[in-house]
Design a protein around this ligand. Structure first.
Ligand SMILES: Nc1ncnc2c1ncn2[C@@H]1O[C@H](COP(=O)(O)OP(=O)(O)O)[C@@H](O)[C@H]1O
Ligand SMILES: [Mg+2]
Length: 232
């Protein structure tokens, strides 16, 4: 579904990603693991065309994304939840969802009501201003908002960062239900426990290069890679 082929991404003159390649197949949850500063967010930004690769390319359902604008890439069916958890603070929870309704031309799979069923904590606070929500609630809302655009593939950038353990557990269950509902996910995480439980396969990134990829089982058995690139 998604094929990243040897991309190099820069911020200005700083060369950040080196020859990064990865693949996500339909129905998979694939995690991109790495320490802080490893290049996870930059990979996501490269895929979404926010920092377009200077070399290499990204294919989505065999379509080359080179030269496409972020909104065009989103319209093809890539949902993106950045790491900043930004909501429209002055809008209510329901309005945050309504505002993106119909952004995609595909047949809607997700409606506001279905999302409230999927994220039960959001239902009773539908009319509260989003700026007043807890961090966990805001994270659920940003994921729900991305789903309103009916993505085929969802890019989730460190959804659990800085959240309390109980909230992390809830989010983990919700992401797991999304997978069961057929959503394909690329998940960037530092939290390997959660990521390994949720994912089918893993890529490990360090210093802007992919150092390892394999199944979750293989990664669990590979202490060397986990010690070298993941444990802080
Ligand atoms: N806007 C930016 N300008 C310059 N360098 C940046 C910018 N954002 C991130 N970087 C650098 O790019 C590298 C990768 O960052 P990032 O992709 O955010 O890592 P991660 O998401 O894995 O924590 C880091 O060295 C970081 O300092
Ligand atoms: Mg990041």
């Amino acid at each position: 579904m998604l094929k990243v082929e040897g991309i190099h991404v820069y911020y200005g003159l700083s060369h950040i990603l080196f020859e990064v390649s990865l693949e996500v197949h339909p129905g998979e949850v694939v995690c991109l693991l790495g320490r802080n500063g490893a290049g996870k967010s930059t990979t996501m930004r490269g895929i979404m065309g926010l920092n377009p690769p200077r070399q290499g390319k990204v294919l989505f359902e065999d379509q080359d994304l080179s030269g496409k604008k972020p909104f065009e890439i989103a319209r093809l069916g890539l949902g993106y939840v950045p790491d900043d958890r930004r909501v429209f603070a002055d809008l209510t929870v329901a309005e945050n969802l309504d505002i993106v309704e119909g952004v995609s031309k595909r047949k809607p799979q997700w409606t506001r009501d279905r999302l409230f069923e999927f994220f039960p904590p959001l239902a009773p606070i539908a009319h509260r201003k989003a700026g007043l929500l807890s961090g966990g609630e805001q994270q659920m809302l940003t994921i729900a908002r991305a789903l309103m655009t009916n993505p085929k593939l969802l890019l989730l950038d460190e959804p659990t960062e800085g959240l309390a353990p109980l909230v992390v557990k809830t989010l983990e269950e919700q992401i797991s239900s999304l997978k069961e509902a057929g959503l394909t996910v690329l998940l960037a995480e530092q939290n390997q426990k959660m990521a390994l439980r949720l994912s089918d396969r893993a890529y490990v990134i360090d210093n802007g290069s992919i150092r390892y990829h394999g199944t979750i089982q293989e990664l669990r058995e590979n202490d060397e890679v986990r010690r070298k690139y993941l444990l802080v």
